[in-house]
Design a protein around this ligand. Sequence first.
Ligand code: ATP
Ligand code: SF4
Ligand code: MG
Length: 323
Amino acid sequence: MSDAGLDVRGLQTVLSTGGGPVPVISDISFTLRPGETLCLVGESGSGKSMTALSIVRLLPAAARVNAGEILLGDIDLARLPDSGMRSVRGRRVAMVFQDSMTSLNPLLTIGRQLTEGMELHLGLSPAVARERAVALLAQVGVPAARERVEQYPHQLSGGLRQRAAIAIALSAEPEILIADEPTTALDVTTQAQILELLAREQQRRGMGLLLITHDVGVVARMATTVGVMYAGRIVEKAPSDMLFRDPRHPYTRGLLKSVPRMDTDLTAPLTSIPGTPPAIANLPEGCSFNPRCPSRFDRCLTERPPLIERKAGHPVACHLEDA
Ligand SMILES: Nc1ncnc2c1ncn2[C@@H]1O[C@H](COP(=O)(O)OP(=O)(O)OP(=O)(O)O)[C@@H](O)[C@H]1O
Ligand code: SF4
Ligand SMILES: [Mg+2]
């Protein structure tokens, strides 16, 4: 196990468009230490998946990493040749995709996809790997795991495929797991079971988890640190307890307010952030959040607030912090 974790610095990814390259994520920096969970949260289109796909270099054809470092120990993944990246992916850094079909190879049985990494990277014999594969499938809540290992992805329902994708990602015991909305499509019992399994893997062997989720309940349960994304940037980052206790950015406050609590009157409409996120190719001047911000003032319309760590461990990008 590496004791270095993942250190992302100043990551920018651009998308080629008719009007030239447009940044989809900019200045993304975070550290994920072994055994920790960093949750990335934010509305649809804020750049969470683009951040994940940039790290494992599985971006759509029109997108490319344009700047920054992605340090895994002393290797910079942003500068690794494709061949080197192929040997890191799956073994040291594994990913569960938002769409489970993307994670799976349609031509191989679930069993083969599980045992491949165990044989190759952990040096297990085919027989031992197969038993581990059955056990791992059972752990992610796949019933009749012994029969399921013989099946191909198309023979599984969406929910079972997602669980199989999680098992496959864990099979080679990666140092870092990047999981993009891994449990969103699953029922609450299975979701709880999978989150527990991920937490166990973290404790057992110090796996770092980069978890992308819309679910603030999942964040509260899993996160060591939270990064809040808006319009392709991290606008606030803090240890989880600090973020829930003292959210600083108006967008974070809006996000947390949109979540029903135990004492919420469920017959009342959910408070949500008014308006919609801006198109990435057409960001407003100044602070990207200004058209929707209840606290905006003159400076917000012309000057983009940099992410500044005024309080240790809690950087925020908002002019109100200077007030
Ligand atoms: N394949 C693609 N081709 C072109 N643009 C894309 C592609 N995928 C995403 N984008 C754009 O990149 C930006 C960031 O998208 P991204 O998928 O990272 O958002 P997200 O935060 O993961 O959203 P969601 O919560 O909906 O998954 C958006 O403006 C989106 O329209
Ligand atoms: S910088 Fe201004 S517009 Fe942006 S979040 Fe802060 S107060 Fe709102
Ligand atoms: Mg996404």
